[in-house]
Design a protein around this ligand. Structure first.
Ligand SMILES: NC(=O)c1ccc[n+]([C@@H]2O[C@H](COP(=O)([O-])OP(=O)(O)OC[C@H]3O[C@@H](n4cnc5c(N)ncnc54)[C@H](OP(=O)(O)O)[C@@H]3O)[C@@H](O)[C@H]2O)c1
Length: 337
């Protein structure tokens, strides 16, 4: 069953990432931005004026609690700090709201299990906001793998890094347990992408190492997820390196590379692949806005009672690998999953 209706959205905080998400909700044809909340005076109004100045009918709330009581809001986007995600996702679910929560959905698997059971009880849809997965380039990657062109996937390497600007240092000012540091900021992406070609397989162990700074936050990390039978997914990420946002997949007959994974909207998506038989190809895909595609997908799923493309099972699996990685770093050991 399809619907021409729009989903009414509220935003639960005046975060910087609204620069991307707010215009995406406004632009999505099946979505209507009707409210935003902030606990700081004027911050919600300023965010609205900055990122969606043409929107006249958006209600401003001075707390997330007040926004969640608005019966006209069907779905909320949660862009709060990482250690507030689980708590506010649960509050929103209890108020009967569908939830698109920024990555990472939670810092522990236990919290995601609580979210899963609350969502089931309240019959709402909840999705972790890994927006990059809604870029069509990853559909093309899956097509190439499924076609058998590169053979059986044996190895993956994903990298996400850039030099952190001083203005963003607040993101590494706390401890890992508080949701600060490179792992919760960009490592969760690198691990998510490294798991991508092994979507139907369960990891058996993780080994990793990291550099930490005085606050207790990690600032760079290298790790390997062991999928058994000699299949490995390597990931590295950090805030002390030149920008890289890519993954490479090596199969038994060839390989492919996705060059701009966490692409900025103006970056041309490029996938290159090769085979042992001597074929080589570089494919350039059309530009796409993965934030807008993410919002449209979520609204479409809610309006049509469909399961979203990113499941809570996937969120749990990612969180499990992240926490095994953190344990491996802390203990200096390979951690079985
Ligand atoms: N998908 C992506 O591409 C992407 C990119 C960046 C970040 N993220 C994720 O999005 C989430 C938000 O990240 P962000 O960097 O946008 O967060 P941020 O600007 O630090 O905002 C997070 C929350 O902190 C509060 N806040 C903001 N500025 C503040 C200030 N100056 N003083 C006190 N409180 C302040 C706001 O809540 P109130 O309005 O209620 O005060 C806001 O909702 C994180 O979970 C992050 O992992 C995703």
């Amino acid at each position: 069953m399809t619907s021409n209706k729009k989903l009414n959205w509220g935003i639960l905080g005046a975060a910087r990432i609204n620069q991307q998400l707010m215009p995406a909700i406004v632009a999505a044809e099946n979505s209507e931005l009707i409210a935003i909340a902030s606990r700081r005076p004027n911050a919600a109004a300023e965010t609205l004026a900055k990122y969606a100045p043409q929107q006249n009918n958006v209600t401003i709330y001075d707390s997330p609690e007040a926004l969640l009581k608005d019966d006209n809001i069907q779905a909320v986007y949660i862009p709060l700090a990482n250690d507030e995600h689980a708590k506010w996702t649960l509050h929103a679910i209890e108020q009967g709201k569908h939830v698109l929560c920024e990555k990472p959905m939670a810092l522990t698997v236990t919290d995601i299990e609580a979210i899963e059971s609350a969502a089931k009880k309240n019959k709402v849809t909840v999705m972790e906001g890994f927006m990059y997965r809604f870029h069509p380039q990853h559909v093309r990657v899956k097509e190439i793998i499924d076609s058998g062109l590169i053979g059986e996937v044996r190895s993956v390497r994903s990298c996400f890094s850039y030099m952190m600007q001083p203005a963003r240092h607040y993101r590494i000012a706390g401890t890992i347990e508080q949701g600060s540091g490179a792992m919760w900021d960009i490592g969760c992406y690198a691990i998510h992408a490294a798991r991508l070609p092994f979507y139907d397989q369960t990891p058996v162990a993780v080994s990793a190492m990291a550099k930490h700074i005085d606050s207790g936050a990690d600032i760079s990390c290298n790790g390997i997820i062991d999928y058994g039978d000699g299949k490995y997914a390597h990931f590295d990420f950090g805030f002390e390196h030149a920008r890289r946002a890519e993954y490479e997949i090596i199969g038994s007959k060839g390989g492919l590379k996705c060059h701009n994974v966490w692409a900025k909207q103006a970056e041309t998506p490029v996938i290159s692949w090769w085979t042992e038989a001597g074929q080589q190809c570089t494919e350039t895909l059309p530009l796409a806005n993965h934030f807008c595609l993410e919002v449209e997908h979520f609204s479409h799923c809610v309006l049509n009672e469909l399961q979203p493309g990113l499941s809570l099972a996937d969120a749990k699996q990612n969180c499990l690998v992240i926490n095994a990685t953190l344990d491996s770093i802390k203990l200096g050991q390979r951690i079985k999953i």
